[in-house]
Design a protein around this ligand. Structure first.
Ligand code: GRF
Length: 199
């Protein structure tokens, strides 16, 4: 199965997927990496692995709808079976999602529906939770609101600050992403309301 990964940051989730896809039995191959920003470290990781990359920057479009369409057109070039948003910091619009129905996944560093949005780790820490974690979900038109595929709990340490907690979450997140992208690639994914069936 062909996978396109959307990145905005360091790309550690992407790196984990690339390590897994070298095994032919994994079932998924990353065929393209697309970012909203040319400076994303994930693009360097993709280039080093010989994976085609593209940048679709909002400032190159007259409005969000134009950018959303441009992003979908670029992603479509790679003919993806699955689109994985891993550390992609933009909201995918209804137009984009309509192009790849029930085939867009996102990882979020909190146990949704708790702490959605761009600061899930900071918000969980500020709230004083003892357990947080990460969530892999199917993307719908809301922000981190789509049907949940899988979750992993991560304990919050007494002395945790945001970077320390986020790094610990990212370890779990990478494992969750690699496990489930492989299972979905090998068995398929169907969404029935809020229920997700894999395989
Ligand atoms: C990940 O924790 C992702 O869930 C969050 O930002 C982080 C990006 O990490 N949105 P990376 O770019 O994959 O290293």
């Amino acid at each position: 199965r062909r996978v396109v990964v959307l990145v905005s940051g360091a790309g550690s989730n992407l790196a984990a997927l690339l390590a897994a896809h070298d095994d032919a039995a994994y079932g998924a191959r990353v065929v393209g990496v697309v970012s909203d920003r040319a400076a994303a470290g994930g693009l360097d990781i993709a280039r080093a692995a010989g994976i085609p990359t593209a940048v679709v920057a909002p400032r190159d479009f007259e409005d969000r709808t134009g950018w959303d369409r441009g992003l979908a057109d670029t992603v479509a070039i790679f003919r993806p079976d699955l689109v994985v948003s891993a550390g992609f910091m933009r909201i995918l619009g209804a137009g984009f999602l309509a192009r790849f129905p029930a085939r867009v996944l996102n990882t979020h560093p909190a146990l949704l529906p708790a702490f959605p949005g761009a600061h899930g780790v900071r918000d969980a820490l500020a709230h004083g939770v003892k357990v947080t974690g990460c969530t892999l979900h199917v993307v719908d038109a809301g922000v981190d609101t789509g049907p949940i595929v899988a979750q992993v709990a991560v304990a919050v340490g007494e002395d945790d600050d945001e970077p320390a907690l986020h790094e610990r979450i990212k370890v779990a997140e990478r494992e969750l992403l690699v496990e489930w992208v492989g299972r979905i690639a090998r068995g398929g994914l169907t969404v029935e309301g809020r229920r997700v069936v894999v395989g």
